[in-house]
Design a protein around this ligand. Structure first.
Ligand SMILES: [Fe+2]
Ligand SMILES: [Fe+2]
Ligand SMILES: [Fe+2]
Length: 265
């Protein structure tokens, strides 16, 4: 996530668009050991990619950033390789036998929690993208904090799903990556409202007290997010109104270099 942040902020500095596209993620392997080895492989692939990029770049600052990331990824690759050795003996314990009725109930619950996982994953990406794109550092910081909270929500729900023998999805809803700050915030408020509806419904439907409490905590956080966004929306609207009435002073952003000048020809 730090690497994502550093690269994204560098891209924003250069006036570029931050990508939220992703490479394939490895979720399945014949064994857990092989799954972890795929993580190690992904880290090594990242190292090769960053090395190839360094070979094409002349800008020392970007090179030093990529070198820093490479050193982290190399450590990650080793860490995963060692981890794979340690988990070699871990076998999947056979799940308990359930009556068809109990199984249907369990599957329904997994499906419910997974809709939360999907929501959380989507807003993590959306808020981070906005946090790194906006020039308003206060708003950016708040977005980043919200993204971190959403990531916790995703983790809590996904762990619950996994404990019940389900598979948490790594799929996302459509992300709203609006250009205008006001539109971004409005989309976020709508997302938080949807989350509030979702969790309220789940709290009403779920019997498990512990799970209910977890969802109450998440619901409360979403309420807070919504209020935060409403505050920033008010600020953004006021700022826009002020800019409208003030004499317009056309200041074009000065670009001291072009992306082309940072790349080896
Ligand atoms: Fe890594
Ligand atoms: Fe959330
Ligand atoms: Fe939220």
């Amino acid at each position: 996530m730090y690497h994502f942040q550093w690269l994204a902020l560098r891209i924003a500095e250069l006036g570029g668009d931050i990508s939220v596209a992703r490479y394939p993620v490895y979720l399945e392997a014949p064994s857990f050991k092989e799954l972890i080895l795929l993580d190690s492989k992904a880290e090594k692939e990242a190292v090769s990619q960053y090395k190839a990029h360094i070979a094409e770049i002349v800008d020392p600052r970007t090179i030093s950033l990529l070198e820093r990331i490479i050193s982290d990824e190399e450590r990650h690759a080793e860490k995963f390789a060692l981890m794979a050795e340690k988990v070699a003996d871990v076998e999947k314990s056979p799940g308990e036998e359930l009556s068809p009725e109990a199984e249907a109930k369990r599957n329904k619950l997994i499906e419910m929690l997974n809709s939360g996982v999907k929501h959380e994953y989507s807003v993590v990406l959306q808020y981070l993208h906005q946090a790194y794109s906006t020039k308003d550092r206060g708003f950016g910081h708040s977005l980043e904090q919200s993204a971190i909270t959403e990531m916790k929500h995703m983790g809590w729900l996904a762990e619950h799903v996994a404990e019940m023998g389900g598979k948490p999805p790594v799929e996302r809803n459509t992300l709203i990556l609006a250009d205008k700050e006001e539109d971004m915030i409005k989309a976020n408020i709508e997302d938080e409202e949807k989350a509030l509806d979702l969790y309220e419904q789940q709290i009403a439907d779920i019997e498990d007290e512990e799970l209910k409490q977890l969802l109450e905590t998440i619901r409360y956080h979403e309420e807070y997010h919504k209020e935060e966004f409403e505050y920033f929306l008010k600020q953004s609207v006021e700022k826009a109104a002020k800019e409208k009435t003030a004499p317009v002073n056309e200041t074009k952003r000065k670009v001291p270099f072009t992306v082309g000048s940072l790349i080896k020809k």
